[in-house]
Design a protein around this ligand. Sequence first.
Ligand code: ADP
Ligand code: MG
Length: 116
Amino acid sequence: MKELIIIIRPEKLEDVKAVLDEVHCGGMTLSTAMGCGTQKGSTEGSVNELKGLKTTINLLPKVKVEVVVEDKIVEDVIMKIRDVCATDHVGDGKIFIREVEDAIRIRTGERGVKAL
Ligand SMILES: Nc1ncnc2c1ncn2[C@@H]1O[C@H](COP(=O)(O)OP(=O)(O)O)[C@@H](O)[C@H]1O
Ligand SMILES: [Mg+2]
């Protein structure tokens, strides 16, 4: 099992939810977040960028979706999320992937992928 930590533009959330529904993910956890990437929050065409000014870090609103999935669907999920989230502009986001050792459904005691 792998945990995908998917950080996206808030306006892409509905598309990402549709992808996760399509691949039959068991569940997901969502948080709103503030973040920046390489551009430190300076957006394309922003006044600071146009003036070539060096600025302090600017955090922009993002949405973080955490989902644990079976190994065999990981590449498919990543590809589908890129398809809906890539705009070719800075700030499209990132997906971090972590190994998950085990999972337990508290209600039934099921373990591993059965608990997803
Ligand atoms: N190295 C990182 N560690 C944690 N979060 C990150 C990292 N890089 C990007 N993020 C998160 O992803 C969001 C979008 O990043 P993005 O601007 O697309 O990355 P980059 O500029 O590096 O291509 C950021 O606002 C931040 O929330
Ligand atoms: Mg960036």
